[in-house]
Design a binder for this molecule. Structure first.
Ligand SMILES: Nc1nc2c(c(=O)[nH]1)N[C@H]1C(S)=C(S)[C@@H](COP(=O)(O)OP(=O)(O)OC[C@H]3O[C@@H](n4cnc5c(N)ncnc54)[C@H](O)[C@@H]3O)O[C@H]1N2
Ligand code: MOO
Length: 448
C-alpha cells in the first residue's frame, strides 16, 4: 500500500528527508519547554499551559457532544440511512418468511412416494396454490409458496420419473425437508435489532425484508468547513509565496467519512469580520476552521471566539503535530473545532477533536482500541503524544517518513496513525493505532 518513494521502514538517507530536521525540532522544543516549565517563564505563550493531554482532549470532545441538547430522531428512507444509528428498535413488521416457502427447486410432495405429478408448477411470487392430496406432487421453484398439506420438498436432482410418469425419490425424505416454515426467522413484532445499531448494508437488507420503507435514526450531524488564509490558491502551481489549499479538498470527504454531512465549505481568507459573520451565521452542529489557531497577527480564530463569548473547552493539546488545535462551544447546540493550518497538524486535530465529537453526536460506538508492535523505534516528544503515519504490514505497524506537520506525503500513503506516547516508543513496542476510515472499509464504502 506504500506509494513509491515513501520508503516505509527504510532509514533516513537523503538530504531531502526531513525526519532529522523534525527530530532536532522536537529536541529543541523539548529543551525550551523544560526551561520554560522550570522557570515559569511569564513570556511563554499561555496556550502551552492550557494545553491538555491528548487522551483527555479526546474525552473532552466526546463529552462536549453528550452535554448538548438531545437531537430529535428522524425517519429516513432506507436509501439514506447507511451509516446512521437506529433511534428505535427494528421490530419485525411481519413474520419471516411470511409464508411457508420452498427452499429448493423440485417438487412439493404429499405423503410417501411414488407421486402423481400435477400439471402446472408453482413459481415464486404466485398466489396461494391449491392444496396437495396424499400421493400428489407439484413442481415448485425456490421461494414459491408451499401448497397446504405438503409434507416435504423433493429436490429436482433427487427425483426421477418412471415409465408411467410417476415421481420417485432417490432416497427417503424427512418430514418437512426443504420447507422454510412461516416465522422461522422471526415473528411479527420480534425485536430484530436494538436501538444503537449502526445501519450497515446488511441492516438495510434486513429492514427491507422485514417490511420497512423508512427507519428512525439519530440524524446525521451537519458540519461546515471554513478555510482561512489569504495565501491559498484553489488551482494551478504555487507561485509568488502563494500555495495550494490542501485542506479544502481533503477535509469535506474525510468529515463525511466520519459520518457527518457537509453543509458548506467557505473560503474566508484572513478576514476577521468575514470569520465572525460565518461563525455567527452558521446553523451547523459543528464548524471546522482551518488555520489561524496560533498567535500570529492574522490568527483570528481565538479572538473571534472571544468576541462572541464562546466557551473554550480545549485550548491546545499536548500532541505533535497539531498542538494549537482547539474546541469551543459557540452555542448550546453548536461546537467549533479549530484545526491548525499545517496540513498534518489539521489531520491530527480532526482525529483528536472532530472525530470523537461527531461520533458521539451520531451515537456511533467508540471503535475498539487496538495496538500493534512498531517495526522501528519512533522518537518521542518528552511531554507530548506524537501521531505518526504508519502502514500495516503483517502484524506490524511500519512508521512512515515525511511525517512533519506541514507534510501530507506520509499520511497519503498510510493505513493508520500510531499514537506514540510521550518519551517515544522502542522497536517492537505495542502501539495504539487510529485507523483511517478508508483503510479498512474501502473508499467506495465510506464515502457514500
Ligand atoms: N510563535 C509561534 N508560532 C507558531 C507556533 C507556536 O507555538 N508559536 N505553532 C506552530 C504550529 S505547531 C502550528 S501547527 C501552526 C499553526 O498555525 P495556524 O493554525 O495559525 O495556521 P496558519 O498560520 O494559518 O498556517 C500555518 C501553515 O499552514 C499553511 N496552511 C494554512 N492553511 C492551509 C491549507 N488550507 N492548505 C495548505 N496549507 C495551509 C500556512 O500557509 C502555513 O504555512 O503555527 C505555528 N506557528
Ligand atoms: O507542530 Mo504544529 O502543531 O503541528 O505544526
Amino acid at each position: 500500500m506504500t506509494a513509491p518513494g515513501t520508503r516505509a521502514g527504510t532509514p533516513a538517507q537523503d538530504s531531502d528527508d526531513l525526519d532529522l530536521e523534525e527530530a532536532l525540532a522536537l529536541v529543541r522544543e523539548a529543551k525550551d519547554d523544560r526551561t520554560d516549565k522550570a522557570l515559569e517563564d511569564p513570556g511563554q505563550p499561555a496556550e502551552r499551559h492550557r494545553a491538555i493531554p491528548w487522551p483527555q482532549a479526546r474525552e473532552t470532545a466526546a463529552r462536549a457532544a453528550r452535554s448538548r441538547p438531545r437531537r430529535t430522531p428522524v425517519s429516513v428512507p432506507l436509501g439514506d440511512a447507511l451509516g446512521l444509528v437506529l433511534a428505535t428498535p427494528l421490530d419485525a413488521l411481519t413474520d419471516l418468511p411470511s409464508f411457508d416457502t420452498s427452499a429448493m427447486d423440485g417438487w412439493a410432495v404429499a405423503g410417501p412416494g411414488p407421486w402423481q405429478v400435477r400439471g402446472e408448477g408453482i413459481l415464486a411470487g404466485h398466489d396461494q396454490p391449491e392444496p396437495l392430496t396424499d400421493g400428489e406432487a407439484v413442481g415448485i421453484a425456490t421461494g414459491a409458496r408451499i401448497p397446504a398439506d405438503t409434507t416435504a420438498v423433493l429436490r429436482s436432482e433427487h427425483g426421477r420419473s418412471d415409465a408411467q410418469g410417476r415421481l420417485h425419490a432417490a432416497w427417503d425424505l424427512a418430514h418437512g425437508q426443504d420447507i422454510r416454515p412461516r416465522g422461522q426467522e422471526c415473528r411479527n413484532g420480534d425485536q430484530l435489532l436494538p436501538v444503537g445499531t449502526v445501519v450497515t448494508p446488511a441492516v438495510l437488507g434486513l429492514a427491507a425484508a422485514a417490511g420497512y420503507d423508512t427507519v428512525t435514526v439519530v440524524p446525521r450531524p451537519q458540519a461546515e468547513v471554513l478555510v482561512l488564509g489569504d495565501e491559498l490558491l484553489t488551482e494551478g502551481l504555487p507561485h509568488d509565496g502563494l500555495i495550494r489549499d490542501a485542506l479544502g479538498p481533503m477535509l469535506p470527504p474525510w468529515v463525511r467519512a466520519l459520518g457527518a454531512e457537509i453543509v458548506a465549505v467557505r473560503r474566508i481568507g484572513d478576514d476577521a469580520k468575514a470569520l465572525h459573520r460565518a461563525v455567527t451565521g452558521s446553523a451547523a452542529d459543528l464548524i471546522i476552521t482551518t488555520g489561524g489557531t496560533a498567535a500570529g497577527p492574522r490568527d483570528h480564530v481565538r479572538p473571534t471566539l472571544d468576541s462572541i463569548g464562546a466557551e473554550l473547552l480545549v485550548d491546545g493539546v499536548e500532541v505533535r503535530p497539531g498542538h494549537p488545535m482547539l474546541l469551543a462551544r459557540t452555542k448550546d447546540d453548536q461546537h467549533l473545532v479549530g484545526l491548525p493550518g499545517n496540513p498534518l497538524a489539521a489531520v491530527s486535530g480532526l482525529l483528536t477533536l472532530a472525530e470523537p465529537l461527531l461520533r458521539t453526536l451520531a451515537a456511533h460506538p467508540a471503535p475498539e482500541p487496538y495496538a500493534l508492535p512498531l517495526k522501528e523505534a519512533v522518537q518521542g516528544h518528552p511531554y507530548d503524544t506524537r501521531l505518526i503515519p504508519v502502514v500495516l504490514r503483517g502484524d506490524c505497524a511500519v512508521p512512515l517518513h515525511y511525517n512533519g506537520p506541514a507534510m501530507l506525503r506520509g499520511i497519503a500513503a498510510a493505513d493508520a496513525l500510531a499514537v506514540v506516547p510521550p518519551g517515544g516508543a522502542r522497536q517492537g513496542a505495542e502501539t495504539e493505532l487510529l485507523d483511517l476510515p478508508w483503510a479498512a472499509a474501502g473508499i467506495g464504502v465510506c464515502f457514500t
